[in-house]
Design a protein around this ligand. Sequence first.
Ligand code: NAD
Ligand code: AKB
Length: 329
Amino acid sequence: MKRVLVIGAAGQIGSELSAALWNHCGSAAVLATDIRDPATWGGRTEAQRLDCLDRGALARAVRDFRADTIFHLAAILSASAEANPLLAWRVNMDGLLNVLRVAAAHRCRVFAPSSIAAFGPEAPRDPTPQTTVQRPSTMYGVTKVAGELLCDYYHARYGVDARGLRFPGLISYRTPPGGGTTDYAIEIFHAALATGRYNCFLRADTRLDMMYMPDATRAVIELMEAAPEPLRHRNAFNVTAMQFTPAELAREIRRHIAEFRIDYNPDPVRQAIADSWPDRLDDSEARAQWGWRHRYDLPRMATAMMRGLARTMTHDRGRLQAMTESAGR
Ligand code: NAD
Ligand code: AKB
């Protein structure tokens, strides 16, 4: 992993993973790309516009940058995919296929994430085993299962060193989330700080699996650095860090902002998606095969989110000041 190409680098994971790779591999070693114009998102790394559906442009970027590893993060997430299933199929499947074909031709390694969405209502919920019935009921989930299998196929058939993680909902504050169902767990912090109230689009008792972004970017790098021999589930490792319901997250936020109030107005589409997903993944295989360990639990994540947002949000300085003081106690 000496020269890396990041696709979907303007997104929630891509923006933070690009920065982590910049620190890990060195300043000249990361080319960050996205379909969006880099003028609107570019940071420290070299950045350019790239549509993963354009295989010729993708191959040229890999060749010209002499990339040896591709981090493929471009996708349409769960709620957006239900709104536009055909676009989700195209971006999530054709985009991944282009990445794998270019990787095979240019002898690149690939990281492509899967999701808790790869499981459907027939899978055991708590815990959801590493290997079990999947049968997702969303278009996003269908593309995630197919993506896991496609990566396995390119590894077995063409020797592409493709690896992947089944991420739970990821929580972060630097870049807004991109149209998922777990987005409520980010919106709630922004709303708590901005207005002290949040109108939640999921039911109070909807338990979902979650992880704080620094654990997620570290997991990606650790998986890509792991010795290949022990990796028996290379493209679909369950990983997890914490599980909570909106009511439990609201209670945690009240430890920082005592007057915080939450209302519940479930959105039928996102509620149905959440109801079809696991409560908690069993990540014992990731722990055994490459040493995965999470560092952030719910209280630690909430404190980090409060402090991080307090630094980045500029409105309502009085509330932020009070919150920062209480978060520090
Ligand atoms: P995101 O929506 O925040 O970012 C995706 C990025 O891809 C966006 O910046 C978008 O502009 C870009 N993009 C869209 N179409 C493109 C195209 N044709 N070519 C190039 N770029 C394109 O998503 P994210 O949350 O960063 O997710 C990244 C990956 O991680 C996805 O595969 C997603 O399924 C997976 N994942 C995310 C989460 C999470 O909670 N964020 C959880 C599980 C899995
Ligand atoms: C989504 O909600 O779509 C994503 C995911 C869990 O894959 N955050």
